[in-house]
Design a protein around this ligand. Structure first.
Ligand code: NAD
Length: 475
């Protein structure tokens, strides 16, 4: 029997409307927050391989209640206006939930990046940047893109450079995109930020006994069986940190060409290398392979982390999902219908707008760094070290004077005396953000009798903050 599947944008709108129905919003405000302000479509030609190739790109601005607006740029053949608008809406709600002062935007280019050589991709990206810049859809003060599926540091560096050439007098030009290489105005910890945020989100979940009880999960992350879909930027870092730092077992990874499974846990770095060398997961040593990639999502596990594309858990397969906890590392992996089915079955979902917010959080830090033109910690690091050293010396002097024989272990001294690096500050800021946002969702979830899931709670927190900023503007 075929099942009707909801589009990504419909799913986002249904989830929004469901949450808004629990709120007392001023007349017309719900509509104002829900709708996408504008979407720009551009078709441009680039001469490559002896002929002109035409590409279609989008940049959608969902909400300008705060500026600049922010959101990634996706390179994929599946990019459509609907998808970009759904992703832009999610960016608005995400930024609001994690208290990052941006409106929501998203962009996409309809292209298979694997079909082009590096220099060709560079020419296409620079041309796309030119088109965006002509309409102020890339600018440090108005619209700041970032990486998403199919793009990374390399594309962001090309965009930043192209923008700088177009605006040589803009001293903040580097803040026109985030996710740049460290050597080109980036920030330590941005590449892995979204995966790191997924890890911190899971840590925070395990600090909430009520949430664990709702999911029927006990203990900690160690030993938990995890299935991951998509071993790209987000999936790879999340899987790597959870397995190597938290001792979880990644029992299956689903990719484009199939899935690999090992109940004792897969080595994520080796698998990533295998994919880079062979183009897929097939023939990965020591693992069982199936061509039926989506089937891996139905394996029995403790935590399921979809980290690839939207709509993979839908009305068709939701009944067969065998996990207690889904962590939406990708945007929109669970459709609105699947969400209801899974909720009825008692599966807890940590929603995308929270789970993958690590990327935009660290992008915010990068943008601030670009505007201040200074690395985080540069002014205070050595001063902190000097202060800590004064304290350690004083303790040791007191101990010697009084014959107490106290000695501070060299391990303690090393850790205590060292001032925080930029990477440590970024991680601290990210961890704090992820903890705070979970707590704000959990509070609504546990105190409002009518709210029975984290996603609705996340929307309520987010919509409430957006409506406050509209009120402050006098709307
Ligand atoms: P990526 O391009 O680095 O990786 C995507 C991975 O998924 C690739 O390994 C690809 O082969 C795999 N994949 C694609 N289609 C698949 C399918 N149908 N089945 C199985 N595997 C498939 O992209 P990414 O940056 O890791 O983004 C993944 C998701 O996370 C997207 O939904 C994106 O919007 C979201 N996200 C990314 C960031 C970021 O900072 N990169 C931030 C927030 C959210």
């Amino acid at each position: 029997m075929s099942v009707e599947l909801t589009s990504f944008r419909d799913s986002v709108e249904r989830m929004f409307t469901h949450a808004a129905s629990f709120m007392d919003l001023a007349p017309g405000l719900e509509e104002k927050i829900r709708v996408c302000n504008s979407t720009y479509t551009v078709r441009f030609g680039v001469r490559l391989r002896g002929q002109i190739h035409t590409f279609t790109g989008y940049r959608s601005v969902h909400s300008e209640h705060m500026e600049p607006v922010k959101g990634g740029i996706r390179y994929s053949l599946d990019v459509t206006q609907d998808e970009v608008e759904a992703l832009a809406a999610l960016m608005t709600y995400k930024c609001s939930l994690v208290e990052v002062p941006f409106g929501g935007s998203k962009g996409g280019l309809c292209i298979d990046p694997r079909a082009w050589e590096e220099h060709e991709l560079e020419a296409i990206t620079r041309r796309f940047t030119y088109e965006l810049s002509r309409r102020n859809l890339i600018s440090p003060s108005q619209n700041v893109p970032a990486p998403d599926m199919g793009t990374g540091e390399r594309e962001m560096a090309w965009m930043a450079d192209a923008y700088k050439r177009l605006h040589p007098d803009d001293i903040n030009a580097r803040g026109c995109v985030t996710g740049k290489p460290l050597s080109f105005g980036g920030i330590a910890g941005r590449v892995e930020a979204t995966g790191r945020g997924v890890q911190y989100a899971i840590h925070e979940f395990f600090r909430h006994p009520d949430a664990m009880k709702a999911a029927g999960i006990e203990g900690g992350v160690a030993g938990k069986r995890i299935v991951v879909q998509g071993l790209g930027n987000v999936g790879y870092h999340a899987a790597k940190f959870l397995s190597t730092e938290d001792d979880a077992r990644i029992i299956a990874v689903a990719e484009r060409d199939g899935a690999v499974m090992n109940p004792n846990g897969l080595n994520i770095d080796e698998l990533r290398l295998h994919i880079a060398e062979t183009g897929g997961v097939r023939d990965f040593p020591g693992a069982e392979y199936t061509q039926h990639s989506l089937g891996a999502l139905e394996l029995e596990c403790d935590i399921l982390i979809p980290a690839a594309v939207e709509g993979v858990i839908n009305a068709e397969n939701a009944d067969r999902i065998q996990t207690r906890l889904i962590v939406e590392a990708a945007n929109g992996p669970v459709t609105a219908e699947a969400d209801s089915i899974l909720k009825k079955r008692g599966v807890v979902i940590i929603p995308d707008m929270y789970a993958n917010a690590g990327g935009v959080t660290v992008s915010y830090f990068e943008w601030v760094k670009n505007l201040t033109h200074m690395r985080f910690g540069r002014m205070e690091r050595r001063e902190q070290e000097a202060r800590h050293l004064t304290l350690v010396n004083e303790l040791e002097r007191l101990s010697a004077d009084r014959g107490l024989g106290w000695t501070l272990s060299s391990n303690f001294k090393d850790r205590y005396l060292r001032g925080a690096s930029e990477l440590e500050l970024v991680r601290s800021g990210l961890d704090d953000t992820m903890r705070g946002a979970f707590q704000s969702m959990a509070e609504i979830w546990h105190t409002n009798d009518r709210v029975d899931d984290l996603r609705t709670a996340a929307y309520i927190v987010s919509i409430d903050r957006i409506s406050q900023s509209y009120r402050a503007m006098g709307l």
